[in-house]
Ligand binder design. Structure first.
Ligand SMILES: *[C@@H]1O[C@H](CO)[C@@H](O)[C@H](O)[C@H]1NC(C)=O
Ligand SMILES: *[C@@H]1O[C@H](CO)[C@@H](O)[C@H](O)[C@H]1NC(C)=O
Ligand SMILES: *[C@@H]1O[C@H](CO)[C@@H](O)[C@H](O)[C@H]1NC(C)=O
Ligand SMILES: *[C@@H]1O[C@H](CO)[C@@H](O)[C@H](O)[C@H]1NC(C)=O
Length: 395
C-alpha cells in the first residue's frame, strides 16, 4: 500500500538553475444524471436531467471546479464542501464516473484519473459534456507532488505560474552515451541535453494567470498547514534550506511527466529542461503527472470559448522529495523509505485550497465574477489564445 501511495504520489523532481523567488461545485437538488444521457454541445442546451425536484434544470454553472487526480486527493473535499450531487458524463474516467457538486452548484469537483492520458481525456469530456457552463468557472487543479528541496519541503504547497512538460524528449540510456552527455534525455529535434527543442508538439509549456496566482497565494499563505512527526524528522536530513524548514505555501513552478522519475541527476536534467523551455523564466519546484495534459484540454476549451484560461489555479502539495538527502541513494528513498509526507500533502491541498474557494465564492460579485485580469501572457507555447495584451514570453 505504501509503495502504491508513493507511486501515485505524483512524480519526481530537479535543481533550480536560477535563484528562487522564495515567496516563498453545481446545481440544486440531489439529482443524479444518468451516465448514458447524451447531450448536445452548444449554447442552448436543454438538459435532460431526471429532475428530482420541481425547478427546471439549467446548466450547472460552478464558480469553482476542483480538479483532482485520484481517490485520496478527492477525499479531502467531498464532506466539508458537501459535494453530494453526482453528475456523470460520457468520457469521464471509468474509475471516477461522476463530477460531484454542492447543492447550490457553486462548487464542483472531478477526479481525472492519473497520468497525462487520463487527465486530458477527462478534462476534454468535462468541457464537451454539455452539462456545465464553465465560461466563468475558476479551476483549482489540486494534486500531490514530488518537491525539489531547493524550493520547499514535505507538505509544502506550491502555486504555479509555469507548467513545463519534460517527458517529450529523446531518451537514450546513459550507459550507451559517452560521458560528455549530462543526461539521457535530449529535447526533440536537438542533439544535446542543453539545446532548445528542434521542434515542438505544443504542450511543452503553459503559462497561467500570475495575477490570480499571486492573489490567491496571499490568501492561502497564512493558513496553518498539517505535518507529521515522520515528515518533521525526515526533513532534518536535508542540509538545504528550505527543505529542512516546516512546510509553507509558496510560489513555484511545476513540471509534468508520465515517468515517475527520481533522484539528483534527473532532477538537475529536468530543471535545465524547464529552464531552457521557458527561456529562464520558470523555476522548477514541483512534479506532476497531469498538469500539462489538463492545461492542453483547458486551452482547447478556451480557444472554443467554453472555458476561461485566465481562471486556472495550479496547486501542488508535496508528498515526497524528488531526490534524496546526503548519504541516501535514489532507489533507497523511492522504494524503501516512508518520508511521512503523504497524509499531510493531501490534507494541505484542502487546507490551502479551502480559503481560496471561500474567497472566490464569497467575493464573486464585484471581484471574481468579472475575472482577474492577467498581467502576463497566458496559454500555450503556440500563442493559441488570441487577442491578448501581452506577447508570449515562453520559448
Ligand atoms: C560528445 O562528444 C561527441 C564526440 O566528440 C560529440 O559528437 C557529441 O556531440 C558530444 N555530446 C555532447 C552532449 O556534447
Ligand atoms: C489570513 O489573513 C487574513 C487577512 O489577511 C485573515 O483574515 C485571516 O484570519 C488569516 N488567517 C490565518 C489562519 O491566519
Ligand atoms: C495533521 O493531521 C492529522 C490527521 O488529521 C492529525 O492527527 C495531526 O494532529 C495533524 N498535525 C498537525 C501538525 O496539524
Ligand atoms: C530570452 O531571454 C533573453 C534574455 O532575457 C531575451 O533577450 C530574449 O529576447 C528572450 N527570448 C525570447 C524568445 O523570449
Amino acid at each position: 500500500m505504501l509503495t502504491r501511495l508513493l507511486l501515485v504520489a505524483g512524480l519526481c523532481a530537479a535543481q533550480v538553475q536560477k535563484s528562487l523567488a522564495d515567496s516563498s461545485a453545481c446545481s440544486a437538488t440531489a439529482t443524479v444524471v444518468p451516465s448514458g444521457t447524451s447531450i448536445p454541445v452548444t449554447v442552448t442546451v436543454t438538459e435532460t436531467v431526471t429532475a428530482g425536484a420541481s425547478s427546471a434544470s439549467a446548466l450547472v454553472k460552478p464558480k469553482v471546479f476542483i480538479i483532482n487526480h485520484f481517490a485520496l486527493e478527492e477525499a479531502a473535499w467531498t464532506k466539508p464542501l458537501k459535494l453530494t450531487k453526482l453528475i456523470a458524463a460520457p468520457g469521464f474516467s471509468p474509475l471516477f464516473p461522476n463530477a460531484k457538486c454542492n447543492a447550490a452548484g457553486a462548487i464542483c469537483q472531478l477526479t481525472t484519473g492519473e497520468g497525462e492520458i487520463n487527465a486530458a481525456s477527462t478534462i476534454s469530456a468535462l468541457i464537451q459534456s454539455g452539462k456545465f457552463d464553465l465560461t466563468t468557472t475558476y479551476f483549482l487543479v489540486a494534486g500531490i507532488a514530488g518537491i525539489n528541496p531547493a524550493c520547499g519541503t514535505l507538505g509544502s504547497v506550491a502555486l504555479q505560474h509555469y507548467a513545463v512538460q519534460v517527458d517529450l524528449a529523446y531518451e537514450i540510456d546513459p550507459r550507451e552515451l559517452t560521458s560528455n552527455y549530462s543526461s539521457g534525455y535530449i529535447p526533440l529535434g536537438a542533439q544535446t541535453p542543453i539545446q532548445y527543442p528542434g521542434f515542438l508538439y505544443g504542450t511543452e509549456v503553459f503559462e497561467v494567470n500570475a495575477a490570480l496566482r499571486d492573489k490567491v497565494l496571499s490568501i492561502a499563505s497564512n493558513v496553518t498547514l498539517n505535518d507529521s512527526s515522520i515528515a518533521a524528522e525526515y526533513r532534518t536530513k536535508y542540509t538545504q534550506f528550505p527543505a529542512s524548514q516546516p512546510p509553507k505555501v509558496f510560489a513555484g513552478d511545476g513540471i509534468t511527466s508520465d515517468v515517475f522519475w527520481h533522484g539528483e541527476l534527473l532532477g538537475k536534467a529536468f530543471s535545465q529542461f524547464a529552464y531552457i523551455l521557458t527561456n529562464g523564466s520558470s523555476t522548477y519546484c514541483v512534479t506532476a503527472q497531469e498538469d500539462n495534459a489538463v492545461l492542453e484540454a483547458m486551452l482547447r476549451g478556451s480557444v472554443a470559448k467554453q472555458v476561461d484560461f485566465s481562471r486556472i489555479i495550479l496547486m501542488r502539495a508535496a508528498s515526497n522529495f524528488d531526490r534524496p538527502p546526503p548519504g541516501v541513494t535514489a532507489a533507497e528513498q523511492l522504494f524503501y523509505t516512508n518520508q511521512g509526507g503523504f497524509a499531510p500533502s493531501v490534507q494541505n491541498l484542502y487546507l490551502a485550497g479551502r480559503p481560496i474557494i471561500d474567497e472566490i465564492v464569497g467575493n464573486w460579485d464585484g471581484v471574481y465574477g468579472g475575472g482577474i485580469e492577467p498581467l502576463n501572457y497566458i496559454g500555450d507555447i503556440y500563442g493559441s489564445i488570441k487577442g491578448q495584451k501581452y506577447r508570449p514570453d515562453i520559448g
